[in-house]
Design a protein around this ligand. Structure first.
Ligand code: SAH
Ligand code: SF4
Ligand code: F3S
Length: 444
């Protein structure tokens, strides 16, 4: 081959959904690069276009479907390009079938368990006239290549899947039951990352604090945190998501004593009503939750607490909604991510009576967001004038003078500097507070 004709094959990945999906895209990138591909600059000019999908709410699926329609023209212009639809959405058998029969130009459909089989699947798709589908629900996920998105912070999965079966949630069906990774492997991986200069790791799992329950004689989540806290070179340890039910005293004590474990607690409450919590199969009451929050606040100074809330779960009456409003006032979350309940096929809640009217859901979410916005602003204003350590994460794309970083409590801080501070831990003074972001002054 003439050297000058040679151009490497390119890939482009679009990712929807949670951090676990972002991580899976890093694995898919790693595998593609090991196969000789390199990153493309745009989805119009690539040899492989992969869409990594999410199924958690209908909106997430709609986004992918409308994208698929628009891809028809790209595929027409570039028929050699391999189009891959991956992830949670297509792990649902009926959807995989629907998509493959409606969008015949898709080359490969693969669920999250098919990661290790990806190279063979892609090669098969190249020569097959039909869409290749792999939604087998088993597959080894360790020991695969990873192309990290950053060189100072990294995702580290500690478990895959979920066995909680909250009645609204599709995740256990598409990601399978909870499987913890062996602790030695996690510790080894974090040691390597620290040795390579990484400052921050985020432990990933659908329910990190039930870590280890499925492996005999292993460590529990608190033990694991303790071991990771001792690793030299690392500055910050984050984890997500934790389930309030399993957030025990041992974990709180470990965080209190730890030096690197960040003072940020993301504890999705979902609802403030005992009736709804029970219907959701969450395994705790509002009283338990409020006591847990008080315990955390009294033991971990200057911590931040965030949450997820679902509005309009079946059977949610005004009194239940008021209980949720009352709970957010009592807790004073730093931030809350509020979702309108979205019925998911095959989950228990979809079949429940008393589905809430969409208009009522919209009204309730609007009011709740407004109240939470005020609380968030209040909490952020308390930081005015304080000095905060931030890890610098990126330069703004729209304003090259501005840089963004995060505090240990996971608050986003914008500040201006021309220095190259990416990946560094620096101090800023907080000079402006909004509901979602802070502005700081760099203190060199
Ligand atoms: N395992 C994590 C994350 C699950 S998905 C956890 O348990 O917290 C992230 C959030 O999406 C959930 O916390 C919940 O608030 C929301 N969610 C999940 N299923 C939903 C549904 N069917 N409709 C609306 N929101 C949903
Ligand atoms: Fe879904 Fe509940 Fe598992 Fe979270 S804990 S992934 S909400 S089933
Ligand atoms: Fe979505 Fe799958 Fe994550 S359903 S939220 S991408 S685990």
């Amino acid at each position: 081959m003439n050297k000058h004709d040679w151009s490497p094959k390119k890939y482009f990945i679009l990712t929807y959904g949670c951090q676990m999906n972002v991580f899976d895209s890093e694995v898919l990138s790693g595998i593609l690069e090991a196969m000789g591909y390199s990153p493309a600059n745009s989805e119009e000019d690539t040899d492989v276009l992969l869409i990594n999908t999410c199924a958690v709410r209908q909106k997430a699926e709609e986004k992918v479907l409308s994208k698929l329609g628009r891809l028809r023209s790209i595929k027409k212009k570039n028929p050699e390009m391999l189009l891959v639809i991956w992830g949670c959405m297509v792990q649902q058998k009926d959807l995989a079938e629907q998509i493959s029969s409606r969008y015949k130009y898709i080359d490969l459909i693969g669920g999250p368990h098919a990661l290790e089989r990806f190279p063979q699947l892609l090669e098969k798709a190249r020569t097959s006239s039909k869409t290749v589908i792999d939604i087998n629900d088993e597959g080894e996920r360790d020991h695969l290549h990873i192309k990290r998105g950053h060189d100072f912070k990294a995702w580290v999965p500690i478990s895959h899947g979920c066995s909680n079966y909250c009645t609204y949630c599709i995740v256990p069906y598409v990601r399978g039951p909870e499987r913890s990774r062996p602790p030695e492997r996690i510790i080894q991986e974090v040691k390597e990352l620290a040795k390579n200069g990484y400052k921050e790791i985020t432990l990933l799992g659908q329910n990190v604090n039930s870590y280890g329950k499925d492996i005999k004689g292993g460590l529990d989540f608190a033990d694991l945190l303790q071991r990771l806290d001792a690793i030299e070179g690392l500055a910050r340890i984050r984890y997500m998501t934790s389930h309030p039910r399993d957030f025990n005293d041992k974990i709180i004590r470990t965080i209190e004593k730890g030096r690197k474990i960040c003072e940020h607690f993301h504890l999705p409450v979902q609802s403030g009503s005992n009736k709804i919590l029970k219907l959701m199969n969450r395994g705790y009451t509002r009283e338990y939750y409020l006591e847990l929050i008080n315990k955390i606040k009294s033991r971990v100074e200057h911590c931040s607490i965030t949450s997820d809330i679902i509005i309009g779960f079946p059977g949610e009456e005004d009194a239940d909604y008021q209980d949720t409003l009352d709970l957010i006032q009592k807790v004073q979350f730093d931030a809350a991510y509020v979702f309108i309940y979205s019925p998911r096929k095959g989950t228990k809640a979809t079949a429940m009576a008393d589905q809430v009217d969409l208009e009522i859901k919209k009204e309730r979410i609007k009011k709740l967001n407004k109240i939470q916005g005020k609380i968030s602003l209040d909490k952020n204003r308390q930081l005015l004038g304080t000095k905060q350590e931030i890890l610098v994460e990126e330069r703004s794309k729209t304003n090259p003078d501005m840089i963004t970083g995060r505090t240990r409590t996971n608050k986003i801080v914008h500040f201006s500097s021309e220095e190259n501070l990416l990946g560094k831990l620096i101090d800023v003074e907080i000079i402006e507070a909004k509901s979602w972001t802070l502005t700081g002054k760099y203190l060199p």
